[in-house]
Write a protein that binds this ligand. Structure first.
Ligand code: URP
Ligand code: ZN
Ligand code: ZN
Ligand code: ZN
Length: 481
């Protein structure tokens, strides 16, 4: 057989197996996996290297306007270039509705930006901040059926958060159309109340930000979401779980057979609140919500990943420049409330996780592949096209050097923030060559494809499920004596 690309001599790793094999690519897809496959027009020597499915990062903010009107530091070009350099070949970003905007228009506008700039494949979660009758009954079902099959809702941030009643409305639409619903789970009242007291007493620097997002606010919100999900009987995904208590609530709910899924992020596995002890406003570079917590929480989150209580580790890449156009909108006097929340991490995610999971031996290579690629692809209906090295899958492949040591610095990252909260950390293991649908897009530290070469991926949906109210009523009536 003759292949367009043949990757020779590497060790292929999937979420379930590790084996030596060559990988033959025809066009954009994986066509053969095995030995003595023949020749390729282009041959890649992967001797001594791992051959991994490209990373799937299901939670990134790119070229997005925040609720405060601040534009992300990254364009689709810079954001997806950084992703690709870090071994990620598919992202799920956000189409963010703000109050007063048409959801359909929002999805159109964000799609146009991605179409123009992306160098890897992408799709969107729709952020619904204004769940009007029109959005719920017209736009949302239509967009979901067109392939935008997931939604993110916020329980905090004044301009984004929606009420419990709206959450239930959206869950029901999602149930009837087969969509997934993800949540920013923090109770807003506790956050604004703590912030008010801290600021009034002069505790206004970023180092106090973690205190303004009480861990109880996360536990309370997750607890409530579990119940809202149970009422509608529709699965939910809790984003960026940061606390041991949050993970424990999810574990308990799953033990009760409730369909609750959870994500954590590198910032909660590798950072703690002590990282915000920096002079002046420098600590703003470590500020995100929820905030990093404690070393004990890190351990609890690792255990939760090990046991499957949490299924995802996304970057939550939320890049803001460290200047008046970004984090320091109010200049040198900015208090923590005025500083945009979010940190860059789209490029460092795989190297940080590989170093911890494989080089340092925690959870291992199969689990690394599962968490970074296969699980997010499955949970968000991108599988089997994305998320595995398998015949017929898109040839999104990373040739990974498990030995190479790299020190992360502000200068080595390709996003446009100009800094990384992981600076100074040495990791072992680095993506050497990255293929997206059969094309080498990263090699020798250079990018080899153009903005706009990334493609929108349509996703399948869960089965549609109607008749929720009728079955509730029937159950109630049957239960009466
Ligand atoms: O601090 C964060 N995570 N900013 C991004 C927005 C979000 O809630 O994910
Ligand atoms: Zn061979
Ligand atoms: Zn969030
Ligand atoms: Zn986010």
């Amino acid at each position: 057989d003759r292949f367009d690309v043949l990757i020779r001599g590497g060790t292929v790793a999937t979420a379930t197996e590790v084996f030596k094999a060559d990988v033959g690519i025809k066009g954009e897809e994986i066509f053969a996996i095995g030995h003595d496959l023949g020749r390729g027009d282009r041959e890649i020597d992967a001797n001594g290297m791992l051959v991994l499915p490209g990373g799937v990062d299901p939670h990134v903010h790119i070229e997005q306007v925040s609720a405060n009107g601040i534009l992300n530091a990254d364009s689709w070009e810079s954001g997806t270039t950084a992703a690709a350099f870090g071994g990620t070949t598919t992202v799920i970003a956000f189409a963010a509705q703000h109050v007063g905007m048409s959801l359909a228009r929002v999805v159109e506008d964000y799609s146009a930006l991605a179409r123009k700039g992306a160098i890897i494949d992408y799709c969107f979660h729709m952020i619904l901040a204004d769940p009007t009758e029109e959005a719920l009954t017209l736009d949302l079902p239509k967009l979901i059926r067109e392939g935008h099959s997931s939604i993110k809702l916020f329980m905090t941030y004044d301009r984004l958060r929606v009420s419990d009643e709206s959450i239930l409305d959206v869950l029901l639409v999602a149930k009837e159309t087969g969509a997934s619903v993800c949540f920013h789970a923090e109770s807003s009242g506790m956050i604004s109340w703590m912030s008010k007291h801290l600021l009034a007493a002069g505790f206004s620097q970023p180092v106090y930000h973690p205190l303004s997002h009480p861990r109880l606010a996360e536990a309370d919100a997750i607890d409530r979401l579990v119940k809202l999900s149970a009422l509608v009987d529709h699965p939910i995904i809790i984003f960026h779980v940061s606390t041991a208590e949050g993970a424990a609530i999810i574990r308990r709910a799953r033990g009760d057979n409730l369909k609750i899924f959870g994500e954590t992020c590198p910032q909660y596995l590798f950072m703690d609140a002590g990282d915000l002890q920096k002079p002046g406003l420098e600590a703003a570079k470590w500020m995100c919500s929820p905030p990093p917590r404690t070393v004990d929480d890190q351990e609890a989150l690792w255990n939760a990943l090990d046991r499957g209580d949490l299924q995802l580790v996304s970057s939550d890449h939320a890049p803001y420049r460290f200047d008046t156009g970004g984090k320091l909108r109010n200049g040198d006097k900015s208090n923590f409330k005025e500083i945009a929340n979010g940190i860059p991490g789209i490029e460092a995610r795989l190297p940080l996780l590989f170093d911890a999971m494989v080089s340092k031996g925690r959870l291992g290579l199969d689990k690394f592949v599962e968490l970074t690629s296969t699980a997010p692809a499955k949970l968000f209906n991108l599988h089997p096209r994305k998320g595995s090295i398998a015949i017929g899958a898109d040839a999104d492949i990373v040739v990974w050097d498990a030995e190479r040591r790299v020190t992360l610095t502000d200068e080595t990252m390709h996003d446009r923030t100009g800094y990384t909260p992981y600076r100074g950390r040495e990791v072992q293991g680095w993506p050497q060559i990255v293929l997206r649908r059969g094309k080498v897009i990263i090699q020798d530290g250079e990018r080899h494809d153009e903005p706009g070469s990334g493609r929108f991926v349509t996703r399948s949906r869960m089965p549609e499920s109607t008749g929720w109210l009728a079955s509730h009523v029937a159950q109630h009536m049957a239960s009466l004596k």
